[in-house]
Design a protein around this ligand. Structure first.
Ligand code: ZN
Length: 73
């Protein structure tokens, strides 16, 4: 998988979440070897949901487009 920021190589990494959880939790995430960008499952979910909403809005906009009949000459 390529990094969305720099197109670098993303690898699976194990991260320790010490702030968001009551207990320290290990989680798997993708980390870019070049720039250090981290994509965990929650970030991935939100980005995917945003892409779906954008595609849905675009599809609605395209289907609502008014098609004018061609005038007879
Ligand atoms: Zn990167």
């Amino acid at each position: 998988m390529k990094c969305t920021r720099c197109c670098g190589l993303m690898i699976v990494d194990h991260l320790l979440d010490m702030q968001e959880s009551y207990l320290p939790m290990w989680m798997r995430a993708l980390r870019c070897l070049t720039c250090g960008n981290i994509v965990d499952p929650l970030i991935h979910y939100h980005r995917t949901a945003r892409r779906v909403r954008r595609a849905t809005r675009l599809a609605l906009k395209l289907t609502k487009r008014v098609v004018r009949p061609v005038e007879a000459a």
